[in-house]
Design a protein around this ligand. Structure first.
Ligand code: SF4
Length: 251
């Protein structure tokens, strides 16, 4: 396995040299890569991202149209009993905790930020129930990315592509910040997320169809090359047993 890892690293080259072509090819393959949560204002964005914890974007998008019609300003979230808000967001799961966080956040927005959603990470992180991933998403979508969003897709693809050897999201983000050009911090996670959803699936990545096959040390496409032809598919579970080469220390 050691020789496989070394051979894979040698084949694809240094991550600093690969990051530009990775971004360019993903941008071409997924020109529609953007946030899947439907929202139109900074407040709707913040609420949608908070509700998306531990559930799917599809679920959130089913709840938010009527929610956003009813709750238009921070004051609206505080004008109803907490139980009513809980009922209105029930389908997103963890509704009690989320309702508490939403109300705490609305209090803070009104008291500290004049009812507006701040864009600085240090301010966003002070809001109730807002952790680093949520703050990163909101800041990036408001046009001021100050970090790189690391979700399950970004983590998986960053590891497979040899861009990080870490498992901890904060360390992964730090590795990515060293190599992803600053102007791409907002778009880069969307590219990985959409590639993860469409091609680099968790259990059965479609390496033969992947535009990154020759740049990816974890590719199982023949000679690391992608192909438009889909094969009959690997045996379920094979991927999970295969070692994913860690990133080389080339930074
Ligand atoms: S080559 Fe395979 S493992 Fe690598 S990014 Fe593409 S689909 Fe994922």
């Amino acid at each position: 396995m050691r020789s496989y890892v070394q051979e894979a690293r040698r084949r694809v080259g240094r991550r600093r040299a690969r990051i530009r072509p990775i971004i360019e090819r993903l941008a071409e393959a997924h020109p529609d890569a953007k946030i899947a949560l439907r929202q139109q204002t900074p407040l709707e964005l913040l609420v949608a991202v908070m509700l998306s914890a531990q559930t799917t974007d599809v679920n959130v998008n089913q709840v938010t149209p009527s929610l956003f019609r009813k709750y238009r300003r921070p004051e609206d979230y505080l004008a109803v009993p907490q139980e009513e808000l809980e009922r209105d967001i029930y389908r997103t799961g963890f509704f009690r905790q989320k309702a508490r966080s939403l109300r705490g956040t609305m209090h803070m927005l009104l008291e500290e930020y004049g009812g507006e959603v701040p864009t600085r990470m240090e301010d966003l992180l002070l809001l109730s129930g807002v952790a680093r991933k949520t703050a990163n998403v909101v800041a990036a979508e408001l046009g001021d990315p100050q970090g790189i969003v690391v979700d399950t897709h970004v983590r998986r693809l960053s590891q497979r592509l040899g861009l990080t050897k870490h498992d901890d999201p904060v360390k992964i983000e730090r590795d990515l910040q060293k190599i992803v050009p600053r102007e791409e911090w907002g778009r880069f996670p969307h590219l990985l997320i959409w590639h993860g959803r469409r091609v680099c699936h968790a259990r059965r990545p479609l390496c033969e169809e992947c535009v990154l096959a020759d740049l990816c040390p974890a590719s199982r496409a023949p000679e690391g090359r992608g192909s438009p032809v889909r094969d009959s598919g690997p045996v379920e579970g094979v991927w999970g047993n295969r070692e994913i080469p860690p990133a080389s220390d080339d930074h």
